[in-house]
Design a protein around this ligand. Structure first.
Ligand code: SAM
Length: 274
């Protein structure tokens, strides 16, 4: 039997490929980013170019990073002749975004924006990597699983609040923008997605990024335990009693980690000896 010729690469689960096909949704994401002709916009995972096309049409300097080698020729063909489009065949988990922006941008001085319909399998790893590059960007508009957006934006005292929430909150003002139903993609994913805006902020006085992330990671080790129980066997405060350190940070030791505010985590991490 004759096979239908493969005119375009098929979606690969291993690359987290769910391509956006819903025009209204694409328009909403682009509207949230509001691309201008003097903007440099980094796009992670352009895929078949659903968002890229609107960014290129807006005249922004588009710097796209795509890992799937099979999509590269398609993207080059689609945007050939557009001097404001640059494509890097790279892994966003290893990319030096600073160098990429310098190499790919026409404009100078203005911080770049970032947009991505992130591959779900590596979305939180990419998000954590982007924290290290936050000074390169004025804002990031990201599509993630709705559940991940709920975690990122969870207020103190809510069960969704965890390590990723506090880490993101330390470095960004976060705003959940809208939900995107599974039917907006091909192939159709099992879960609902959501778009979040992250705007880098100067941040609270963090003693040290690694120290801060280690303390919140230990503090959330068992979410249902109290902050005291999670930290009491860790030697992170030297000879000082863990209860008295927690209390001196203005924290009730019986609280669960999800109840602590960003400022309280900041005070605790400042006292640790990591
Ligand atoms: N932006 C397109 C859209 O909205 O239709 C595609 C989004 S799809 C969910 C994720 C894209 O990220 C795919 O094109 C995939 O190949 C690419 N990708 C997956 N892992 C990547 C990585 N580590 N670095 C860069 N791109 C990656």
């Amino acid at each position: 039997m004759r096979q239908t010729p493969r005119t375009k690469p098929f979606a690969k689960r291993s690359f987290g490929q769910n391509f956006l096909t819903d025009a209204a949704c694409i328009e909403k994401i682009i509207g949230a980013l509001d691309p201008a002709s003097d903007d440099t916009i980094v796009e992670i995972g352009p895929g078949r170019g659903a968002l890229t096309a609107a960014l290129v049409a807006a005249g922004s300097s588009v710097v796209a990073v795509e890992l799937d080698a099979d999509l590269i020729p398609l993207l080059r063909r689609k945007f050939e002749g557009h001097a404001n489009f640059r494509l890097f065949e790279e892994d966003a988990l290893h990319t030096d975004f600073r160098l990429m922006i310098e190499a790919g941008s026409e404009t100078t001085g203005k911080p770049a924006k970032l947009v991505a319909n992130l591959p779900y399998n590596v979305s939180t790893a990419i998000l954590q990597r982007l924290i290290g590059y936050r000074d390169c960007f004025s804002e990031m508009v990201l599509m993630l699983q709705k559940e991940v957006v709920e975690r990122i934006t969870a207020a103190p005292g809510t069960s969704e609040r965890g390590y990723l929430t506090v880490l993101t909150e330390a470095y960004f003002d976060t705003e959940m923008l809208f939900e995107v139903p599974p039917g907006a993609f091909i192939p159709v994913p099992k879960v609902t997605s959501a778009v979040v805006r992250l705007v880098p902020k100067p941040g609270i006085e963090l003693p040290d990024a690694e120290q801060f992330s280690s303390v919140i990671s230990l503090g959330f080790r068992q979410k249902r335990k109290t902050i005291l129980n999670n930290l009491k066997n860790e030697k992170i405060f030297g000879a000082e009693s863990v209860v008295s350190v927690i209390e001196s940070c203005g924290i009730d030791p019986r609280l669960r980690p999800e109840d602590l505010t960003l400022e309280q985590w900041g005070r605790l991490s400042a006292r640790s000896l990591f």
